[in-house]
Design a protein around this ligand. Structure first.
Ligand SMILES: NC(=O)c1ccc[n+]([C@@H]2O[C@H](COP(=O)([O-])OP(=O)(O)OC[C@H]3O[C@@H](n4cnc5c(N)ncnc54)[C@H](OP(=O)(O)O)[C@@H]3O)[C@@H](O)[C@H]2O)c1
Length: 285
């Protein structure tokens, strides 16, 4: 199996987890540029991959808005390049996508059958990537996740939200966190295990793979601080306190209507957060 984006939060955990059962080759950005077909072919062509998992993305939402060309080159054209090479190799193609394909107007967790309607360039470029995968391969798998935290930290974002909160809390605060945007956090180790199950069952189509439950960024921050026993208050603030040129869905929680029928599930986000904090050495035991 091939994992693209192997040094990223999800990519590094995928290499770790999938290697328990399969022969896995991870490709870093230096080794493979998804936006460049020649680079994708050089790295992946001419080999019989069982599956190619594409975790690479340009996912800094503000930067995508400012540079839509790059967003579509990496997130959409990159997805097409990888899907074409997967088709030529007879490989299963897996594209990792996002809750930001939704507009947030539903007011409840989004299911796989809900129609996507992105409201920013990042979301639109990822939805285009999903569609280009399905256009190329009927049996492609798109796994949507959201608000990701993992051992490696997001390379494009310098760590992740949980680490940023804990650093600030250890520095004594103050912590002011948005309380009116709701989502479902995703622990990359859990996502990697889920993907292993999906690959074993040769699942196709769209699957939502976030941890179970819904929280605001404020609740996520508060829980991380509480679990680490840091006596720092977290003040809830409205997102209007951080004016941004980018529209974000106010409610982009994900739930799955497919996993139960497949005999698969993810666990509640609080449990996953506790394990993540233990894995990172923030908690004893
Ligand atoms: N992070 C989130 O909160 C979040 C939420 C929802 C969905 N997702 C999706 O989940 C996936 C994984 O996210 P993540 O947090 O694991 O990201 P990450 O930590 O930034 O990992 C992405 C990896 O892909 C590599 N990469 C970036 N651009 C590339 C390109 N053009 N060609 C080849 N490799 C490239 C990066 O390398 P360099 O750093 O060296 O460029 C990095 O190692 C992405 O598809 C993202 O859209 C993420």
């Amino acid at each position: 199996m091939a994992v693209i984006g192997a040094r990223g939060q999800l990519g590094s955990d995928l290499v770790r987890v999938l290697s328990e059962r399969y022969e896995v080759v991870g490709f870093t950005h230096e080794e493979l540029e998804v936006a460049d077909m020649a680079s994708v072919e050089r790295a992946l062509g001419g080999r019989d991959w069982a599956a190619i998992v594409n975790t690479a993305a340009f996912h800094r939402v503000e930067a995508c808005e400012a540079d839509p060309e790059r967003a579509f080159r990496v997130n959409a054209l990159g997805a097409l390049n990888v899907a074409r090479v997967a088709r030529a190799a007879g490989a299963k193609c897996v594209y990792i996508s996002t809750d930001y394909v939704f507009d947030g107007a539903k007011g409840g967790p989004y299911l796989e059958s809900d129609p996507p309607r992105p409201i920013n360039v990042y979301g639109a470029s990822k939805l285009a990537g999903e569609q280009l995968c399905f256009m190329t391969l009927d049996d492609a798998l798109v796994l949507r996740i959201s608000s990701v935290f993992g051992r490696a930290g997001a390379s494009g974002k310098g760590g992740n939200f949980v680490e940023t909160i804990l650093q600030k809390a250890r520095a004594g605060g103050p912590l002011r966190v948005v309380a009116d945007q709701f989502m479902s956090p995703s622990y990359t180790l859990d996502v990697a295990r889920l993907l292993m199950g999906l690959l074993e069952k040769d699942v196709r189509g769209v699957v939502h793979g976030a941890n179970q439950g819904v929280c605001s960024w404020h609740e996520l921050a508060q829980e991380a601080v509480r679990l680490c026993g840091l006596g720092v208050g977290v003040e809830p603030i409205p997102s209007s306190a951080f004016p941004s040129p980018v529209k974000r869905p106010p409610y982009s929680a994900l739930a799955s209507e497919r996993l139960a029928a497949l005999g698969l599930k993810t666990r509640p986000w609080r449990e996953a957060l506790g394990d993540y904090l233990r894995e990172k050495g923030h908690l004893a035991g």
